[in-house]
Design a protein around this ligand. Structure first.
Ligand code: E4P
Length: 220
């Protein structure tokens, strides 16, 4: 399973990348806006930190404008994946850009029919938003499971990216469901390391080691 960081914050990206387990980055207009930097420069910096797929989202809403914007985003760096919303215009943009060899991540996917549409349009990635579905009292992970099954039934190559993940449980459930990618905030990636028995075990190992091999007080 690939791990992507769902952030545009360069410090978080540097810290995550240093662990050697980050395969890509997802951004969206809200995440980019938080950093308040010119988009192209910002995306280029992200590409220098993480060598993998970097999603950059269009903000236009008509297909004609999205296609132009998508091409511009794709020109920023060879690793850029153009992110388009799952609207009629977004799907038209996806189909057009894919035919031109530009990789598209279709975002804001909330149903299995929408995921089917994205695959049929040739999307490189589809992003079902797990947490936002949980937020309205449904089960977001059920959608990931359904998409995995549907894509398997027809051999679609579109990668499933479990997005809007809010906890380590979301990450392991997405892995069990067979999602190709999980994108998560830095905080969630950091939490994946934690287990009290790891801390307790290491503490005991070091105590035993030091007792046996460290010289005690003189004459003791
Ligand atoms: C990723 O591609 C999405 O933009 C992101 O996961 C959305 O997460 P949120 O629902 O926490 O904003």
């Amino acid at each position: 399973m690939k791990f992507f960081l769902d952030t545009a914050n360069l410090d978080e990206l540097r810290r995550g990348a240093a662990w050697g387990i980050v395969d890509g980055v997802t951004t969206n207009p809200s995440l980019i806006a938080k950093e308040a930097k010119p988009l192209a420069e910002h995306i280029r910096e992200i590409c220098e930190i993480v060598d993998g797929d970097i999603s950059a989202e269009v903000v236009a809403t008509t297909a004609a404008e999205m296609i132009v914007e998508g091409r511009e985003l794709a020109r920023i760096h060879r690793n850029v994946v153009v992110k388009c919303p799952l609207t009629r215009d977004g799907i038209r943009t996806c189909a057009t850009l894919c035919k031109q060899g530009i990789r598209v991540n279709v975002t804001l996917c909330f149903s299995s029919n929408q995921a089917l549409i994205a695959a049929k349009a040739g999307a490189y990635i589809v992003s079902p938003f797990v947490g936002r579905i949980d937020d309205i009292g449904w089960n977001g992970m059920d959608l990931v499971r359904d998409i995995v099954q549907i894509y398997r039934n027809y051999g679609y190559k579109t990668q499933i990216l479990a997005a809007s993940l809010r906890s380590p449980t979301h990450v392991s459930e997405a892995a069990l469901a067979g999602s190709h990618i999980a994108t998560m905030p830095f905080k969630v990636l950091d939490m994946l390391f934690n287990h009290p028995l790891t801390d307790k075990g290491l503490d005991q190992f070091l105590k035993d080691w030091n007792k046996a091999f460290q010289p005690g007080p003189a004459g003791g």
